[in-house]
Design a protein around this ligand. Structure first.
Ligand code: DAH
Length: 335
């Protein structure tokens, strides 16, 4: 009997070493550990053992049983964890994309605007967003009772200090510190007391343009604005100027581009007019030259405004200005 126990132990150990799959392990379990397995039959044979040896032999069989059981469990565990790591690796899963930063659409459009004007001989000037009443209004020939000064439109910090409502005050700062010829653009953020909706935001972005020299005419202004429209939206886009009024230009105009969606044919976006309003422009008012000490007999100049957000909305077909400022990655990732 002891011989037989030894033989089964040896056999089980050899077989355990060769096992590499869970099927093989299961066959081994059936052979040794099941109710009709070899170890159970050893227990049934125990009754034939002489009484005084029975305890010793019983102990040996128990020992064999627990040895085989623990080896079995160990193998079972290791086969299971192998299987898990195999299952975890899905070779068909698409790789993880590294997170890539992008330029904001307004930055992309502003860079393009700057590049176009740079090629036309302009350079970039900067001015403060917190301005004085003098630069934002007074020096620009905007009288005290002008509606733009209304509390409804302007965000005042004190009676004299405010958040600039347009980039036009940079015109004054540049003319105060430089002599003609001047040919600049001044991009930047501006503020108005507006309730946000699809086309209004309490802050937005403008580009101011200013050219001053001897003999500058309205024709130069039209040429530059038209060149800009062609570069920005395509050479089939027409430009038109409509008479208008701004206190700091005389004569003043508002300028429109052909609708960039229907190219002038008329569509839902341009309400069938074929045109889209862009901004204002005109010849620098002699009163403004006066304020900065320029000789208005000698020099003439033109100025224009431009809405960066509006141009970006037209360029990308965006119908809500608020999207630019919400920083929703689902929106920003598209540029
Ligand atoms: N500052 C004006 C505005 O915010 C836009 C403008 C109009 C700018 C005419 C100009 C100009 O330089 O000549 O609505």
């Amino acid at each position: 009997m002891l011989e037989q126990i030894k033989k089964i132990k040896q056999e089980a150990e050899n077989e355990l070493k060769k096992i590499s799959t869970s099927q093989e392990l299961d066959t081994l379990r059936l052979k040794y550990l099941s109710r009709k397995g070899l170890i159970s039959s050893l227990f049934s044979d125990l009754k034939d053992v002489v009484a005084n040896e029975r305890a010793i032999v019983g102990q040996k069989i128990n020992q064999l049983k627990s040895d085989v059981e623990s080896s079995y469990k160990e193998l079972q565990e290791s086969l299971k964890s192998d299987k898990e790591t195999e299952d975890d690796v899905d070779l068909f899963l698409p790789g993880r994309q590294p997170f890539i930063g992008r330029l904001h659409p307004l930055t992309i459009v502003l860079d393009e605007i700057k590049q176009i004007f740079f090629n036309l001989g302009f350079h970039v000037e900067d001015g403060p967003e917190i301005e004085t009443d003098y630069y934002n209004f007074e020096a620009l020939n905007i009288p005290k009772d002008h509606p733009a000064r209304d509390m409804q439109d302007t965000l005042y910090i004190t009676e004299e200090i405010l958040l600039r409502t347009h980039t036009s005050p940079v015109q004054i700062r540049v003319m105060q510190s430089q002599k003609p010829p001047i040919s600049i653009i001044a991009p930047g953020r501006v503020y108005r007391r507006d309730t946000p909706d699809a086309s209004h935001s309490p802050f937005f972005h403008q580009v101011e343009g200013l050219v001053v020299d001897e003999g500058i005419s309205f024709g130069d202004l039209k040429g530059v604005i038209t060149a800009f429209a062609h570069k920005m939206f395509g050479s089939d886009i027409k430009v038109r100027f409509r008479p208008s009024f701004f206190p700091f230009t005389e004569p003043s105009a508002e300028y429109d581009f052909n609708c960039v969606f229907c190219r002038g044919k008329g569509c839902r976006v341009c309400k069938n007019t074929g045109w889209m309003e862009i901004s204002g422009a005109g010849m620098v008012d002699p009163n403004v030259f006066e304020a900065v000490g320029y000789d208005s007999e000698k020099y003439t100049g033109y100025a224009f405004g431009m809405g960066v957000d509006r141009i970006a909305m037209l360029k990308y077909g965006i119908n809500d200005i608020r999207l630019f400022f919400e920083n929703d990655l689902r929106f920003l990732n598209q540029f």
